[in-house]
Design a protein around this ligand. Structure first.
Ligand code: FAD
Length: 470
């Protein structure tokens, strides 16, 4: 292996070391393919480990502890107001990130996957140019593009760039503002909103659509909205940001809500209105890789782009932009490169909002049922009838199972409640295995446990949950 202006040869070059790229590289190496990863950032791990899933969950964990400490007041246990050492909290979050990124590098070394630090651009369908800490050219037999995504920005005419934080900046935790406006009520905005609320900030959310977490069914989103309504200063759906400027004491924002305009000042603003694929800047004009109208790289079920030897996975290859979807696609692409007959044919990709309560779903939702006119039976089990949820003082959850009416095959599951993100794994397996609602209902679940709500909701498909009446 050579660094500098010399040319290196590898069987597989993976561009981007996030959960798509590094998983693809490790799988390929395990299948005997000589593999290198080129990564522009300082460490392997991508957005997920460095500025996404992991740091957000580390901070959410702390916010949940603070929330819980307040919550136990109702059981007769009282703690004082938390003292927050922001520097120590930041250092702890960074230690979590460093530990995990370091672990990925160790795994790469053990597999003899070479990691090249620099930015890759295509020169032709067999060659990539690298510029950065290491520079040169790499010739490859196959390449996997796993360059991920970055926060979508709003037009300068609406809000100048120096007036707001994006999710990456919010996770740096420079300071805790007194008041924060979150623009965008998707999962990233709500998770970060709850982090800052936990740290003592007054949080407001505006969302252009009719409700927050619009991707989830309304009855599942309701318990979350109701808790956030108690925590946040305001949640304003159908509200669009129309202007902003820096003023003494923060940022003055102007929004329109159902035709009426309002102006408020916030100490800080976080814009989380989605993410855009990192497909520009790769010099794709030098290869035949085609993009769709939103800039995602077009791929087939083998993760192959329109250029036969080049694959694309993860956020850059389309929605849903989630780490586990990126990793799964990475495994598919690596297997295809190694000559195995693999394709992406997952029946369900779970989505989890890691707020408190958590909100998780997979497979079809009730909106899909309506849009596709599916003939289904729906079983629901309210957590107000779950012994464990009541014992935790968190009975506000709901578990829902959508099954095909004729076959009772499980088509979709949605859960809101403490730990819903863990519970959804059983549902994903059920859908993947083609399980029927009766299989879930007849499976013995541990007691007392919120997983029993899955069993009870499955019984509800047949109209008879034991611990609830329809
Ligand atoms: P990325 O993780 O984006 O990695 C791409 C890598 O490619 C980066 O390291 C980048 O530096 C590198 N790169 C880009 N261009 C080049 C180039 N030209 N040359 C070399 N290197 C390059 N997902 C979940 O599943 N669960 C969650 O809880 C979750 N929480 C999130 C919270 C936040 C705040 C954010 C922002 C995202 C969250 N996500 C979550 C989404 C998740 O982080 C992404 O879906 C995931 O990281 C995508 O993986 P990837 O491998 O496609 O790309």
């Amino acid at each position: 292996m050579v660094v500098g202006e010399l040319v290196e040869q590898v069987d597989l070059l993976v561009i981007g070391g996030g959960p798509g790229g590094y998983v693809a590289a490790f799988k390929a190496a395990d299948l005997g393919v000589s593999t290198a990863i080129v990564e522009d950032g300082p460490m392997l791990g991508g957005v997920c480990l460095r500025e996404g899933c992991i740091p957000s969950k580390a901070l959410l964990h702390v916010a949940h502890l603070i929330d819980e400490a307040q919550h136990v007041g109702q059981f007769g246990v009282r703690y004082g107001k938390p003292e927050i050492d922001i520097q120590q909290l930041r250092a702890w979050k960074e230690s979590v990130v460093e530990r995990l990124c370091g672990g990925v590098k160790t795994l790469a070394d053990k597999r003899q996957v070479r990691v090249i630090q620099g930015r890759a651009t295509f020169e032709d369908p067999r060659t990539v140019r690298i510029e950065g800490a290491e520079s040169g050219r790499v010739r490859f037999k196959h390449a996997i593009i796993a360059t991920g995504s970055r926060p979508k920005l709003l037009p300068e005419s609406v809000i100048p760039r120096d007036c707001y934080l994006d999710s990456t900046q919010a996770l740096e935790l420079e300071r805790v503002p007194k008041s924060l406006l979150v623009v965008g009520g998707g999962y990233i905005g709500l998770e970060l909103g709850q982090v800052y609320w936990g740290l003592g900030c007054r949080v407001s959310v505006i969302e252009a659509l009719e409700r927050i977490v619009p991707a989830a069914d309304e009855d599942l989103a309701r318990p979350l909205v109701s808790r956030l309504t108690k925590q946040f200063e305001a949640i304003l759906p159908s509200t669009k940001l129309i202007g902003a400027r820096r003023v003494d004491g923060g940022v003055e924002v102007k929004w329109s809500h159902k035709g009426a305009e309002d102006t408020r000042v916030f100490d800080a603003v976080l814009v989380s209105v989605g993410r855009q694929p990192n497909s520009d800047g790769l010099r794709l004009e030098n290869v035949k890789v085609a993009l769709d109208e939103r800039g995602f790289i077009k791929v087939d079920e083998h993760m192959r782009t329109s250029e036969k030897r080049i694959f694309a996975i993860g956020d850059v290859a389309g929605e849903p932009m989630l780490a586990h979807k990126a990793s799964h696609e990475g495994i598919v692409a690596a297997e295809v490169v190694a000559g195995r007959p693999a394709k992406f044919d997952a029946r369900a990709i779970p989505a989890v909002v890691y707020t408190s309560p958590e909100l998780a779903w997979c497979g079809v939702t009730e909106s899909d049922v309506r849009a596709k006119n599916l003939d289904v039976e729906i079983g629901k089990f309210p957590w107000g009838a779950s012994g464990r949820a009541i014992a935790m003082g968190r009975p506000e959850g709901l578990t829902k199972i959508i099954a095909d009416k004729a076959t009772h095959r499980v088509l979709g599951v949605g859960i809101v409640g403490e730990g819903a993100g863990d519970l959804i794994a059983e549902a994903v397996l059920a859908i993947e295995m083609g399980a029927e609602a009766g299989d879930l209902a007849m499976t013995i679940h541990p007691h007392p446990n919120t997983s029993e709500t899955v069993m009870e909701a499955a019984e509800g498909v047949f109209g008879k949950p034991i611990h609830a009446v329809k």
